[in-house]
Design a protein around this ligand. Structure first.
Ligand code: V07
Length: 258
């Protein structure tokens, strides 16, 4: 009963375990977390709402998880906002989704700047409507010198496309005599990926019960811990996020290591 009056932000899972910020080992937080924010449409459907209502609710969760990342001391957070496959959705839904970066940044850019967050966008920007492109260009430029959390949105992103484009630019450099084939190794190739300059994610989170990668960061996730939950993205909160981190720390703990 006492719990009812507690102001500590915590959540109990089905086994009665409680996850909160205090449980995180500050000496081994993941450097980079990537998230597939799935289940927005399903969340809306369950409530008899249009799919776009789920997308809008999901946007509020992005803010929550950015704040939580800052509190934990995560260095980079990559969020899968729109895939190259998402263009196949009904035009009204695509049009709505393309307004979300502007709405998000219109509301939260000042607090991102205040929190020293650096905004990045990973994906093919050329295909985005000008209003979307302009909003993200402004946010990228206004946060360029921030050296806190890197908030990296995967927008119009597909991993196979990224790899093919990387190969094309690599071949171009090679044809121009700037790169010898013998020099090519993993470290060199990574410079041609859209995630260049970011360390590989230590942890991937996917919400909504799907247990697959769906063409997301296939190269970069080669050695990452993968954490899946049935929680739909609009229902996801700080405590679920802390749970994922605590479980990551359990998995990667080195007993008696040097
Ligand atoms: C989108 C909200 C989150 C759930 C997943 C689908 C809907 C934030 C952005 C965004 C993107 C770029 C940027 C700033 C914000 C966003 C889309 C969808 C397309 F620079 N949320 N969110 N973009 N959803």
């Amino acid at each position: 009963m006492l719990e009812k009056f507690s102001f500590r932000k915590e959540k109990t899972d089905s086994k009665g375990s409680v996850y909160s910020l205090e449980q995180i080992d500050r000496s081994s937080v993941p450097n980079h977390i990537a998230i597939i924010m799935d289940g927005n449409g399903r969340w809306a459907k369950k409530r008899g709402l249009p799919r776009v209502a789920g997308h809008h609710e999901g946007m509020k969760v992005v803010r929550k998880i950015v704040k939580a990342s800052n509190e934990v001391g995560i260095r980079a957070l990559t969020l899968y906002a729109f895939s190259t496959e998402n263009w196949k959705r009904p035009k009204t839904e695509v049009d709505y989704l393309m307004k979300l970066p502007e709405e998000f940044l219109g509301t939260f850019l000042p607090e991102l700047i205040e929190a020293n967050v650096q905004v990045r966008v990973m994906g093919n920007k050329d295909q985005l409507p000008p209003h979307t492109r302009n909003a993200i260009t402004k946010a990228i430029s206004e946060t360029r010198t921030n050296d806190g959390l890197i908030l990296n949105f995967a927008l119009n992103y597909g991993s196979r496309f990224e790899i093919i484009e990387g190969i094309k630019s690599l071949l171009k450099e090679s044809n121009e005599g700037k790169l010898n084939i013998e020099e090519i190794n993993e470290e060199v190739f990574e410079r041609f990926l859209l995630s260049a300059g970011l360390k590989d994610p230590d942890l991937l989170i996917r919400t909504s019960g799907e247990i697959r990668l769906s063409n997301f960061m296939l190269w970069q996730l080669a050695y990452s811990e993968l954490w899946f939950t049935d929680i739909l993205w609009p229902d996801f909160n700080e405590n679920h996020f802390y749970q994922a981190i605590v479980e990551y720390q359990r998995r990667t703990r080195r007993f008696g290591g040097v």
